[in-house]
Structures are given as C-alpha cells and as structure tokens.
Design a protein around this ligand. Structure first.
Ligand SMILES: [Zn+2]
Length: 155
C-alpha cells in the first residue's frame, strides 16, 4: 500500500533581485533617453562626468571618466598590449585620423583614441569594417584594459 508522503514546504526561494543594487536592474523595453553625462562649462579636470549611479571605467592614468559599464559590448578583444574591451560610447576621448589597418579580424579603417585629459593613447575607434561580419563594430570604441580602472560601485 502506498503511503502518500507529505512533503514539507520547501524553503522560500531567495529573492535574488533584492540583492542587486539599482544599477544592476535589467533593461526591459525601451528606456526614455536618460542624460548619460553632465557637461560643465567651467574648465575642470574632466570635460564630461558620467552618471554617479553607474559602474564605470575611468582612465588609469588620470581618472577621467571613460565609459559606463552599460555601454560595454564585449570583453573579448585583443589590443596591442593585451586584452581590450569594446564600448558603444565613450567620453573624454579624442580621436586621431582614420587609417586602414589589418587587424586579427581583417581590414578595418580605425582611428587611435586618446584620453583628452592626459593624452594617453587608450585604444582605437572602428570607423569602418569591410567584412559584413565585422560591421557591428563600426562607430564603436576599443579601450585596452591596462589603460582603464573600474570606478564607482564595483564590488
Ligand atoms: Zn587620462
């Protein structure tokens, strides 16, 4: 004869969401265009400041803000001096002249980018990709890991 086992109530699932701070909230649906930076007119250390609520990357040499973690597209890039990250957009960054360069993934038109505050070359911008599989990189920025520090809100 079967005895129906009465299962004791399982412990409630951890509410994982509550462990995340607000910046980690997943983006659901289209967001209203939030101002990503505040421009200041007076000359100060940096030209642009990123939102204080976000994890961000800053110049390792002068701490100028460079990019929001939200704008990180990929961590699997190779720079000339090691690993590099691909970003959607950056701030406080100046651009050199574009030139054609053969990279690991083929021929691209790229322009070196530098920190506008301390003038250190940080990486490059993809101006144009010539292979369709690489087109997603156009207009995006590479910053080498050894020129960035994680700033604000990281564990
Ligand atoms: Zn700098």
């Amino acid at each position: 004869m079967c005895v129906a086992r009465v299962l004791t109530a399982l412990p409630p699932l951890q509410a994982l969401g509550s462990l995340c701070s607000p910046w980690a909230a997943p983006r659901v649906g289209p967001l209203p265009p939030a101002p990503a930076m505040v421009r200041i007119s007076k000359p100060k250390t940096f030209q642009a400041y990123l939102d204080d609520c976000h994890r961000r990357y800053s110049c390792a040499h002068c701490r100028a803000h460079l990019a929001n973690h939200d704008d990180l597209i990929s961590k699997s890039f190779q720079g000339s001096q090691g690993r590099a990250y691909l970003f959607n957009s950056v701030v406080n960054v100046g651009c050199g002249p574009a030139e054609e360069r053969v990279l690991l993934t083929g021929l691209h038109a790229v322009a070196d980018i530098h920190c506008e505050n301390c003038k250190t070359t940080l990486g490059w911008k993809y101006e144009q990709a010539f292979e369709s599989s690489q087109k997603y990189k156009e207009g995006k920025y590479i910053i080498e890991l050894n020129h960035m520090i994680k700033d604000n809100g990281w564990d």
